[in-house]
Design a protein around this ligand. Structure first.
Ligand code: CA
Length: 456
């Protein structure tokens, strides 16, 4: 048996034993919460060593759970990572390799409806399912969260949003569209991050008596850089204005995670909730920097070097997975769906070939070895790609291939010269890529964003 076959074997095992899997009493099935942040740098949480932005509540997830030091996004930018997270599959299998432009009339640019989602699967397993925050998986009605397995939605359908305002009338630009509450337009009250946090806490309170799946996708700390004085005041000591505002935005997320965790704890649900915390890609660096920090990783958002794809990543299930530990083997957001389904006793629809695997046996220590023989990335239909197998990483940006041993070169600064293993990695990439399709749609050339402006 090769490791490459593991995902299919997992699927078979689940498919053959639904009665056993579903026999667990409902109260033993965990709630599932995915907290996704947007454009956060690898080094911008306390659990990865951040010093200037305290994140005690996010850190508590790593303390009560497992910090995945090689936790990856499936793509170095927004929407494709979300498509992978939603489906447990490499997004290249179904052509979702770019950002959909915000256009409610566009029936192509979105997560293909041929693909079922983690919400579909958990809903079929008896979970109530809520999406809160940034969607970015298509703006046409057929792509709406309520059509993709979610029973409730609060947030916005585009790729980003102004943190203080919406435009209720006329045809607003992407970043000013009204909030969407299960298909109905709403104004935005207060600071967007706070609004999403309040909705998340309300969701778990509303559904405390039934198993729930909450997908909480903050758009912070994605641009525009905007924060209210409440959070900015915490960072008067940071001289750099961009970093100061970014810190305020991250701090607001931390408060929000705290609000959610407090609700779970008050309701006695925390120990039986499986939580994932991660970013959708690395922090942007260079001219598009949002003030984030990927130290010690190379480059950032958009890149197939580690700074683009390795992200803050923690998995917490206090009642089942022993906490306070690090897990260093490579894992990915494609593993969230299989892990959640294994925990919930649900099954993906027959015929779905998942690329992700359940991390439960690895995080519980009953399985050794790597969850994946290799992880793969591909951008722009193949202009750049990367492979990680064990600690060996082949990055192939447009400038050409470079092989690294991440064991002592996390920063990808010392390319290995003339190494025979490079051809093997390339060959594995070719095999993986043979099962991919061309992108179904292109990213918009330019997204018009309101200029960042803080409010008192
Ligand atoms: Ca992003």
């Amino acid at each position: 048996m090769t490791r490459m076959k593991a995902p299919l074997l997992f699927l078979t095992a689940v498919a053959l034993s639904p009665a056993v899997a579903c026999a667990a009493p409902a109260q033993q099935r965990p709630n599932v919460v995915v907290i996704l942040v947007d454009d956060m740098g690898y080094a911008d949480v306390g659990f990865n060593g951040c010093k200037d932005i305290p994140t005690p509540r996010i850190d508590s997830l790593a303390r009560d759970g497992v910090r995945c030091t090689s936790g990856y996004a499936a793509h170095p930018f927004c929407s494709p990572t979300r498509a992978a997270l939603m489906t447990g599959r490499y997004q290249h299998r179904f052509g979702h390799e770019n950002n959909p432009k915000y256009d409610p009339a566009d029936e192509v640019a979105g997560l293909p409806v041929s693909q079922s989602t983690i919400a579909d699967a958990l809903r079929a397993a008896g979970y109530v399912t809520g999406a809160i925050g940034k969607w970015h998986l298509g703006a046409a009605p057929k792509f709406h969260p309520l059509r993709r397995g979610f029973s409730e939605n609060y947030g916005f359908l585009g790729g980003g949003h102004d943190y203080f305002q919406v435009q209720m009338d006329g045809e607003p630009k992407e970043y000013l569209i009204p909030m969407d509450r299960s298909g109905k337009k709403e104004p935005l009250e207060g600071y967007l991050t706070d609004a999403l946090s309040a909705e998340a806490a309300a969701f778990v309170r509303r559904h405390a008596q039934e198993p729930f799946f909450l997908y909480l996708a903050y758009n912070a700390p994605h641009a525009p850089l905007q924060a209210p004085e409440k959070y900015l005041a915490r960072f008067a000591a940071i001289a750099d204005e961009k970093r100061r505002t970014y810190a305020a935005m991250v701090s607001a997320v931390d408060d929000g995670v705290g609000l959610l965790l407090d609700a779970l704890k008050e309701l006695g649900l925390y120990d039986r909730t499986l939580l994932f915390f991660l970013s959708d890609n690395g922090g942007p660096v260079g001219v598009r920097s949002n003030g984030s920090d990927n130290t010690p990783l190379r480059e950032g958002k958009g890149s197939v070097f580690e700074g683009g794809i390795r992200v803050p990543f923690a998995v917490t299930w206090k009642g089942r997975i022993r906490g306070g530990r690090d897990y260093a083997r490579p894992v990915s957001c494609i593993d969230i769906l299989p892990t959640a389904l294994a925990a919930a006793g649900g099954a993906p629809p027959a015929g779905t070939a998942l690329d992700g695997v359940s991390l439960l046996p690895f995080l519980e220590g009953t399985a050794s070895g790597d969850p994946h023989a290799a992880l793969f990335w591909r951008t722009s239909g193949g202009k750049a790609h990367a492979i990680r197998a064990g600690n060996l990483k082949l990055a192939v940006p447009e400038s050409g291939p470079a092989l690294f041993d991440l064991t002592d070169d996390t920063g990808e600064t010392k390319p290995l010269a003339a190494d025979p293993r490079q051809a093997d990695l390339e060959s594995r990439y070719t095999q993986w890529n043979d099962r991919n399709v061309a992108p179904l749609f292109e990213s918009p050339k330019q997204v018009v964003r309101p200029k960042g402006k803080n409010r008192p």
